[in-house]
Design a binder for this molecule. Structure first.
Ligand SMILES: [Fe+2]
Length: 389
């Protein structure tokens, strides 16, 4: 991400001699994105981050497609995803395309005997339930309900939970996840009209350096195959780092809603973007204040994007009954017109505000249904716009 940060000890000048107390050199690593053409960080390891002992038999974790080429509104009950002890085994892809995988997970236990590196995708992990710490080679991020954790691809991490009932909503993006470009100044500052600013972004803290030899497994995902790579030294052996590529946390509760006299378009809720993917935060806010305003959204023909809504908390103003609950995911595919349910428009008139909380993912290419969709679908959602249903 674009803001320069530094943690731990680093040499005065990059690519120069930086020595341990015993006179040996630290091992410098350039962690770059988009080749060498975008944000990067420089890390200083106790040991070369290249020393592999052996590799386990690869495991294919590509999601099996439950359904593709469909045109129907769908709804999925996220809490039907069964909890699993292990973090990686708990991840269930619900909706997938070539730009992103939208995943639900209910891990019960912390990662203890391995580390994880997603070499395919940047990850955005939204914490729906649970709390804990994300340990990385850059330091630690404490997290709790409502946090987005954004983890650049290639980051080695380990999640420790302080709870056993954890619910995660994850987007794996095969391109870098960034702040919306229209909110950035030419040189990378979040502009005054953005719904959040640098003070809301939490960067890694408490860099602990482990100078340990042994056998450390980093489960590394590449092209949807998991490789158990055994390294000769602890991966969190970083003495210091600096740069603009690192994991960070942002709480949805720190998103300041943009409101107006009449209904504001969905982009006012935008939080992150990646090629082919948009992330929006719907947060508690005052409703439109024109005396004749209709706070409920208009019907819209989203001809260019599939819309995915993850219901975090509260009653959603466009829905009325219909089986949408906390933890539900709705999919409104491009090609349909959709809008408020019967009665929702009238019911919204005169209301002063909403307590709804939701995360929306729009994708510019159609989504297929993954195994998590097959396990959690609510029947009949497509017909809930008919009066009386
Ligand atoms: Fe919509």
């Amino acid at each position: 991400m674009p803001h320069y940060t530094s943690l731990g000890s680093i040499p005065h000048k990059r690519h120069t001699q930086f020595r341990k107390p015993n006179g040996e050199l630290y091992s410098e690593q350039l962690f770059s994105t988009e080749g060498f053409s975008n944000d990067y960080s420089l890390l200083y390891h106790f040991h070369p981050p290249t020393q592999i002992i052996k590799t386990d038999t690869p495991v294919n974790v590509a999601p099996t497609i439950a359904e593709e080429k469909m045109l129907q509104h769908r709804s999925f009950e996220g809490f039907n995803i069964q909890p699993k002890k292990d973090f990686l085994q708990s991840r269930k892809p619900v909706l997938v395309n070539n730009d992103c995988h939208i995943v639900l997970a209910a891990p019960q236990e912390s990662m203890k005997d391995y580390f994880y590196k997603n070499a395919d995708a940047d990850e955005m992990i939204f914490i729906h339930e649970g709390s804990g710490k994300l340990h990385t080679q850059y330091g630690t991020l404490a997290f709790a309900y409502g946090d987005y954790l954004v983890i650049p691809r290639g980051t080695i991490y380990q999640i420790h939970f302080t709870t056993d009932k954890n619910r995660l909503f994850i987007v794996e993006s095969f391109s870098p996840i960034r702040y919306p470009k229209r909110y950035m100044s030419k040189y990378g500052q979040l502009l005054e009209h953005a719904p959040f600013c640098e003070r809301d972004i939490r960067t890694p803290k408490d860099l602990k350096t482990f100078d340990e030899a042994g056998d450390f497994v980093i489960q590394t995902k590449k092209k949807s195959v998991l490789y158990g790579l055994h390294y000769a030294h602890h991966p969190f052996d970083v003495m210091g780092w600096d740069g603009c590529c690192y994991p960070f946390a942002f709480s949805i509760h720190d998103f300041e809603p943009i409101t107006g006299r009449v209904h504001q378009p969905p982009p006012v809720h935008q939080t992150f973007e990646a090629p082919g993917v948009v992330v929006c935060s719907f947060v508690p806010r005052l409703y439109d204040y024109h005396p004749e305003a209709i706070p409920a959204p208009y019907n819209h023909a989203n001809v260019d994007s599939d819309e995915v809504l993850f219901y975090v908390k509260g009653n959603f103003m466009s829905r009325k009954g219909s089986g949408i609950e906390r933890g539900s995911i709705s999919l409104h595919p491009a090609g349909h017109t959709h809008g408020p349910q019967p009665g929702s428009v009238e019911a919204s008139i005169g209301k002063g505000g909403t307590e709804e909380l939701a995360v929306m993912i729009d994708t510019f290419r159609p989504l297929d249904l993954g195994p998590g969709a097959r396990d959690s679908e609510e029947d009949g959602y497509a017909w809930t716009w008919l009066a009386g249903r």
